[in-house]
Structures are given as C-alpha cells and as structure tokens.
Ligand binder design. Structure first.
Ligand SMILES: Nc1nc2c(ncn2[C@@H]2O[C@H](COP(=O)(O)OP(=O)(O)OP(=O)(O)O)[C@@H](O)[C@H]2O)c(=O)[nH]1
Length: 317
C-alpha cells in the first residue's frame, strides 16, 4: 500500500529559521521525482510561494491563517485535490508558517480519509542556532515544533561558536530525545540523511533519559513497559480522553507496548489530539517503552495515567 501513497514532508521551524532554504535544497535533490509544495504563511500575501524552486503550478498557497488551525478545512481540500490528480505527485512538501503547531498539522494525516492517500515520511524541524534559545523562552510553539520533529536541522551553525553548537544539540536532545539533531548551514541536508530518520523508523534505541529543561518546562518522560501488558480498548480510551483534555500539555507520545492477545508489539503514537495504535510488522523493533513529551508533566501523573490501561491478568509472551 505504501508504494502508492504520496510521501509527505512537513517542514516546521520558527520565523526565518531557514525552512524555505531547506525546502529548496530538498526539491533540488528530489528533482527527478514528481513534487508538489504547500506553502503556508501567516499574512494575506505570500512571499514564500515565489521563493520556492519548483514550477509555480506545483505550489499550493494557503495564506491568511495558520495551517494548523483556521486553515484545517482548506488544507483538507487541497489534499483531496492533490490525491485526485490524474497523475498524483510522489512527494508533497508542506512548509508550515513559523507559528504553526506541527502537532495539529500532523494530526490531519492520521485521519483515515487522508492516510489512505498520504503518508508522513518526516517532520523536519528547522532551528536557527542564533535565535533558538530566545525563541524557546518566548514562544511556546517553538517547544512544540521541536517535540514533534523526527529530524532537527540546527541551521546557521557557522554563526555561533562550536562549543555553543554542541550545547544546543544537547539541549534539543533533552527536549526531544527521539530526534536526530543535525547542525548545518544554509539548510544543507541530504535526502540520505532524511531517509535514515523517516517517521516510522524505529529510533528509540538511542533514547537517553532526560531532565526538565532549565528555561522551559517542556520535558520528556521515559516509561519502561517491558513487564507490562496493556488492554487495547482501555489504553485507547484513556489516551483519547487525556489527549482531548490535556492536548495543550501532552505534545507527543511515541513508543511500543505489549497488547493482550497479540504476539506483536504495538506502536503507539500521538500527534496533537490524534492517536494511533497499530501492530508493528518489522522484527527490528526494540524493547517496549514509551516516551511522552510535553509541558509541565510529572512522572507520577503520567505513570498513573498509563496504569489505568494495564491488563493485570495478562502475561508478557
Ligand atoms: N547566514 C546564514 N543565513 C542563512 C542560513 N540559512 C538561511 N539563511 C538566510 O536566512 C534567511 C531566512 O531563510 P528562509 O529559508 O527564508 O527562512 P524561513 O524559515 O523560510 O522564513 P519564514 O518563511 O519567513 O519563516 C534568508 O535570507 C536565508 O538566505 C545560514 O545557514 N546562514
């Protein structure tokens, strides 16, 4: 099925971080493929649409709003139009406005009517090495953008000292330990690097325990579920309710768990309010554990939440 679905690459990052620069780089590398671009800018007039190096009839512009909220319907109809093209593209690149909440944006792709045609291959977060620390303190979306990204491009590296770059990488990894952080200049990333870190690739092996960030209370909590079996229905319902109520606090959940009655591990993912729990087909998946990234979370609270989904009668097979 995947071979027929359209690959989606979501580019997020704060204003001026280098999203269009990364996009143009990727378009150049994917030039042999059939690409479309969805541009979203906050103001009524589009600047970026004209800056993207792809034929103008391959660019959809969603302006005058933020793609994650007011433009949800418009995005949906653009995606429908793309899916119904006589020759649909192989790749769709979405450059979200610098203020977008990528969790809400990525949620659109969890909807069945959309995921039938599209598969999110990577959420790429672009960070300005010079301005990152300030934006993290001042703008809550900056933390969310990091939390949801698979690959974080630490752009404009040459503009800061080497030691500082190193400390930024550590700091970003503390916020999103699941991500790969890649320092570079002028958005210079390769498609090979991108392919190594596709959303569905199991990346959890490299996970390291993290603490709360000093200047922001975005943090990640690791839960070890080796010895635990969940009841699928119970887990789904407690997470659905929690994401509905605490969507502004829980940015992302990702990991693998045992489910009663199944020999396969299940991948649990949440983006925004959307949740998906599905059996894993690959053998290379590691031990079951989950990572929860969010703001103001406490380990005790999160452990209590998940414990409501346990099936205490079932044994790990
Ligand atoms: N010095 C330096 N400038 C860069 C680098 N990467 C991008 N720029 C410049 O930074 C400016 C902003 O880059 P864009 O790619 O337009 O950033 P953006 O995130 O798309 O910007 P918005 O769409 O306005 O949010 C441009 O003038 C780029 O040429 C870099 O590594 N070093």
């Amino acid at each position: 099925m995947d071979t027929k679905r359209i690959n989606v690459f979501i580019l997020t990052g704060f204003l001026g971080a280098g999203k269009t620069t990364v996009l143009n780089n990727l378009l150049q590398q994917y030039a042999r493929e059939n690409n479309m671009v969805i541009e979203n800018e906050f103001g009524a007039a589009s600047v970026d649409g004209g800056l993207v190096n792809v034929r103008q009839d391959r660019v959809f512009e969603l302006n005058n709003g933020c793609i994650c909220c007011s433009l949800g319907e418009e995005l949906y109809s653009v995606l429908r139009e793309i899916a119904q093209m006589p020759t649909p593209p192989e790749n769709v690149f979405i450059e979200a406005s610098g203020l977008a909440d990528p969790g809400a944006l990525a949620s659109v792709f969890v909807m069945e009517t959309v995921s039938e045609y599209f598969v999110v291959k990577s959420v790429i977060g672009i960070v300005d090495a010079v301005l990152f620390e300030d934006s993290l303190v001042e703008v809550p979306e900056a933390g969310r953008q990091l939390a949801i990204a698979d690959l974080i491009v630490l752009n404009k590296e040459a503009m800061v000292a080497k030691d500082y770059t190193h400390s930024l990488v550590q700091r970003i990894k503390r916020i999103n330990p699941l991500s790969v952080v890649y320092p570079t200049n002028y958005g210079n990333i390769s498609t090979e690097l991108l392919a190594q870190h596709f959303t569905e690739a199991p990346q959890l092996l490299t996970y390291k325990e993290t603490q709360s960030h000093e200047h922001s209370d975005v943090k990640s909590i690791l839960l070890d579920f080796k010895e635990v079996v969940f009841d699928l229905g119970r887990l789904r319902s407690i997470l659905t309710v929690s994401l509905f109520l605490h969507y502004h606090q829980i940015y992302r959940i990702k990991g693998y768990v045992h489910i009663n009655g199944s020999k396969r591990l299940h991948l649990v993912q949440s983006v925004g309010q959307q949740l998906s729990i599905s059996p894993v087909h690959r053998n290379e998946v590691q031990d079951p554990f989950l990572v929860v990234i969010g703001k103001g979370l406490t380990r005790k609270g999160i452990e209590k939440l998940f414990s409501k989904g346990f099936d205490h009668e079932a044994m790990v097979k």
